[in-house]
Design a protein around this ligand. Sequence first.
Ligand SMILES: [Zn+2]
Length: 567
Amino acid sequence: MKYFFYLLLLSFLFSCSEEIEIEKTLPTTPEDLKEHSAEFTKEVIEVTDGVHMAIGFALANAMMVEGEDSNIIIDTTGTVETAREVKEIFQSINPNPISAIIYTHNHGDHVYGASVFAEESDPEIYAHSSTEKYISRVIGILRPIISSRSSKMFGNVLPNEHIENNGIGPFLEIGKDGRTPGLLYPTKVFEDQMEFEVSGIKIVLYHAPGETNDQLFVWLPEKKALFPGDNFYKTFPNLYTIRGTPYRDLAGWVNSLDMMRYLEPEHLIPSHTRPISGKQEIYEKLTTYRDGIQYVHDQTIRMMNQGMGPDEIAEKISLPKHLGNSPFLKEFYGSPAWSARNVFSGYLGWFDGNPSTLKPLPKNEEANNLISIAGGWDNLFKIAEESFKNENYQWALQLTDYLLLSKPDNKESIILRMSCLKALGEKESNPNSRYYYLSSAALLDENYEPNDILAPTLEVVKKYPIEAMLESLKVSVVPEKSIDKNIQLLFSFTDSGKKFSLFLRKGVLEIQPFEVMGSSVQVIAKEEDMKAVLTGLKSLPISLVTGSIKVNGSKADLLSLFSSVRS
Ligand SMILES: [Zn+2]
């Protein structure tokens, strides 16, 4: 009898180890992307009593919650101009003053409309304690590269009619049609959880890392309404964004979605895409979403542990049909392949484990070797052209990398590269990669005019923290212009009373937020005048002549420091 039991157990185990073929997700098409635009029909929706969502005005939604004698705004859209349009409609619904603004996270499409909503009533601005740091980082040390990559990803360099939608909204408004940012910094911050009441409305904010580390969600217990920020919207989530981002922690994201699920909300009001009502439906959607994220996370790590590198994992990862075919996980924004690379680098960093990538040949040498194998540059060009004609656009594009490394200004290769990028873009249904290809093609055009979507204006720069501006100065030091310099300066700001010691020491700029003994040169200015110079909006020599920046001691030291940095 005992023997029989073991036989049964063995046969059971054996049958369990049989592999089932996983049916994969159907790919989406550019037609599907067009249809997805219906998600962003421009309107203000009353989701439940006194809770309104403005959708379709901008990339992100803005929400208004009506209190007894004042209102609460959750996310503010991405520019002054959009915010004004939304605010007018909100005020026609309820003209009471705005007494609180909540930022779900630091991204520009949620915070840059704030100044408009704060105009009359000077409301408190609630956010996670780390939000300010992330806002400053994007407008500070990373501004040039984030601006350039964002404008490609969102297609800001393309004519408006080329944008079907951006997957999570109709279009990114900043930098478009002269729209400008109206940023305000948070005034009330918290760490894990904060409960408070505004105008008779009970509010609970939960820190919920996910799309960003500073993400929060808003819970209105009496209305059973939950505002998930960007941790939930109707497309595969941006577990990695191609414009560039710090590591997005997938396990934390799943955990944040679980916190939402078990609160059992009856209304889910995301900052992108339309609201959902119905307890059961919301629970199911949140479950699908968290399972999609956990699947990518866990399977990537499983493959990492088998020794695979990011390229191989990105090729292999795919959602199973029951998840990937959900309208909430279609690839209209994020992508499992990009996400898998994010998981890999988040846990293991850049090295893929292959010894040949430890110290690869310089790119130029690799290109020249490959060109020689192909029988010369002209031959490789012919092969690339042939690949393009055979609709092997990706391979043709990769070959133009080599052709242009060897002859960077070759017109024929540039034109071929543009054609590859356009062809890849046209057949792409993921808006981020679609516009990245198409924008990259547009940028290769000789007549292209650059568009800095985060270009600062004097008005905006005044609100930037001086600390973020000085951080940018550090990462702009050019070694070739400073390797022989030793300069010490003291910056004193007359309006804020802040002092900073700057040491330019042979290619490294040390900045300390206090006075260090030994500096004989003192630079005295108002913060806004220094910020204007630091961002290139005003010239240093003119500011010295007009006296908006004064120097006690050698002006030459200050000029020498500024001549060592490239903004
Ligand atoms: Zn967003």
